[in-house]
Design a protein around this ligand. Structure first.
Ligand code: HEC
Length: 256
């Protein structure tokens, strides 16, 4: 028999040979679970970043931009440690922390200041930081600058490589769908890559300025929706539409 594209009328998701359907289904189930796990992980790690359950713009700002308004030292001196030192001393400590707690002023001045006001507890009670040590003071003086550049480069390239792999196979399977208008097919296949790049870009932009955090949410929702649409359509065509006993024709040829 002569091999021509037009007689490959089985080349579509409903009429696909069963071994290929098994392959596609196995893959779709595995990435389906993986995507749910990824969602759960986001909720558990980033979702709690601002101390409240559930993912919000604040969580994203906190994770990538950080909380630069002040150090732990400054907020405690203004909070539960307020009564431990006179205002002038607390202001001096706060200012020193804001400047990055330079070590040059530790021995000459601040060591003594902490000794007078704080080390009666911070140096005696084992569960709280020991302020006779410069290192421990330095730690609580640091502001939270959010994600680090090296952390971002690492997560960015893992995401771009890894998620592109998911989408090329998911889009590849979905390209055999029938009855989906060509324009929608093109958009559904291309969108996730666009949103993926937007999502990664938004992390970097959020590190620079918190106002970009909403882009992260748009990117994430965008590719989740596109992926869900392709996933559900592919499964539906392989297992529900296939039962009609109809030959649907060559899906790729129909999109030429
Ligand atoms: C009377 C004992 C006492 C004194 C004096 C005291 N602290 Fe504390 N401090 C505590 C206790 C208890 C905690 C843990 C509970 C809390 O966070 O409020 C704490 C927690 C802190 C923390 C948070 C530590 C962490 O890692 O969570 C900081 C920062 C701090 N104190 C700074 C100071 C400074 C600065 C002074 C001196 C001006 C001072 N404290 C004096 C008892 C004291």
């Amino acid at each position: 028999m002569k091999f021509t594209p037009s007689n490959m009328s089985w080349l579509n998701l409903p009429n696909m040979p069963t071994p290929i359907k098994a392959l596609f289904t196995g893959y779709l189930l595995a990435i389906g679970v993986a995507l749910l796990m990824a969602g759960l992980q986001i909720m558990l790690t980033h979702g709690m970043a601002d101390g409240k359950a559930g993912l919000s713009v604040d969580d994203i700002v906190y994770s990538y931009y950080g909380d630069r308004s002040g150090s732990k030292l400054a907020s405690k001196l203004n909070g539960s440690m307020k009564d431990k030192a006179p205002l002038a001393v607390r202001q001096e400590m706060t200012k020193w922390a804001q400047e990055g707690a330079p070590e040059s002023e530790w021995d000459s001045h601040f060591k003594e200041l902490f000794a007078q006001n704080c080390t009666a507890c911070h140096g005696q009670i084992p569960s709280i930081p020991n302020f006779t040590e410069y290192e421990e003071v330095k730690k609580v003086s640091a502001t939270n600058k959010g994600a680090t550049i090296s952390g971002l480069t690492r997560v960015s390239h893992i995401h771009l490589f890894g998620i592109s792999f998911i989408f090329i196979f998911l889009g590849g399977i979905f390209s055999f769908a029938v009855g989906v208008p060509k324009k929608i097919k093109v958009l559904a296949i291309a969108f996730p890559f666009g949103f993926l790049i937007l999502d990664i870009l938004s992390w970097w932009l959020t590190k620079l300025s918190p106002s970009f955090a909403y882009l992260t949410i748009i990117g994430g929702i965008g590719y989740s929706l596109a992926a869900a649409f392709m996933w559900v359509t592919s499964m539906y065509q392989m297992f529900i539409m296939s039962r009609r006993g109809k030959i649907y024709g060559n899906a790729w040829e129909q999109d030429l």
